[in-house]
Design a protein around this ligand. Structure first.
Ligand SMILES: C[S@@+](CC[C@H](N)C(=O)[O-])C[C@H]1O[C@@H](n2cnc3c(N)ncnc32)[C@H](O)[C@@H]1O
Length: 247
């Protein structure tokens, strides 16, 4: 099944089990990537004149991290333009995720967010327009040559579809005991998807635009043992138990 039709998603809202309250790692990744975002934006300012700074966050979800990027970029641009003695730009942010994403909860949190920005920065800051761009990032999302900066954090490991050759009856994800052919099938699907992603974005970005992508990886040697392995083993045991009872 194409990920566009996927109804599976992070837990919305702000409850105990919500993504918003269980995304410490994602928050940490964004914090650590801030220096790279800064470097990329500073470089941009040395090569392109920017009046309306257009930024997209692909796979933003609806938790607090979606607006964290907006806040980080505005901080960085504020310092960069002040240092260069330039007028701050107008900002336009495009928050993207799949159609089922709870964009409404982002919109609802905007008044408070914009108010706190204004309190922090005063009138020094240019106007900030925040838009939603629903749809899969494995298709075109923006007009040609329209984005200055693109960001995606911990989203690109979501493939456009499972590998066709997939027969994984023992595990719910890739493990060190999965057949080599399955590892190869996932790798090939990722390579195909990533190539397509870069091709589409290259059409949408202005010449010289900046892009910061963070994604999960693993080295060849590590034994893959994650929470998913444990959940997979438990599910398998439950299935076996049902089968034993039926026959
Ligand atoms: C682990 S979350 C990361 C959310 C956020 N970037 C963060 O750092 O907290 C991955 C997000 O990618 C989105 N996603 C997955 N595949 C996508 C696709 N093809 N197009 C757009 N968004 C996608 C998911 O819906 C999910 O919200």
């Amino acid at each position: 099944m194409d990920t566009q039709q996927v109804v599976l998603h992070m837990n919305h809202g702000t409850g105990d089990n919500s993504y918003a309250n269980n995304s410490i790692i994602q928050k940490k990744v964004m914090r650590e990537a801030k220096a790279i975002v800064e470097e990329s934006i500073k470089r941009l300012y040395t090569i392109i004149p920017i009046h309306c700074f257009k930024v997209a966050d692909l796979g933003c979800f609806s938790g607090p991290n979606a607006l964290q990027l907006v806040s980080n970029v505005m901080d960085i641009v504020d310092t960069t333009t002040s240092n260069l003695n330039l007028k701050p730009p107008v900002f336009q942010f495009f928050l993207n995720d799949l159609y089922g994403n709870d964009f409404n909860s982002i919109f609802k949190s905007l008044p408070k967010f914009l108010e706190s920005l204004e309190e922090k920065k005063g009138h020094k800051l240019g106007p900030c327009f925040i838009n939603a761009t629903p749809g899969t990032f494995y298709r075109r999302l923006f007009p040609n040559d329209s984005l200055h900066f693109l960001h995606s954090s911990l989203s690109l490991h979501w493939l456009s579809q499972p590998p066709k050759e997939l027969v994984n009856k023992e595990n719910i994800h890739l493990t060190s005991t999965s057949p080599r052919a399955m590892h190869r099938a996932y790798l090939e699907q990722f390579q195909k998807d990533f190539k397509l992603f870069l091709k589409l974005r290259s059409q949408e970005m202005v010449a010289g635009g900046g892009m910061v992508l963070t994604l999960l990886g693993r080295d060849k040697t590590c034994d893959i043992r994650t929470a998913l392995t444990i959940i997979g083993t438990t599910l398998n045991e439950m299935v076996l138990e049902v089968h034993t009872k039926v026959y």
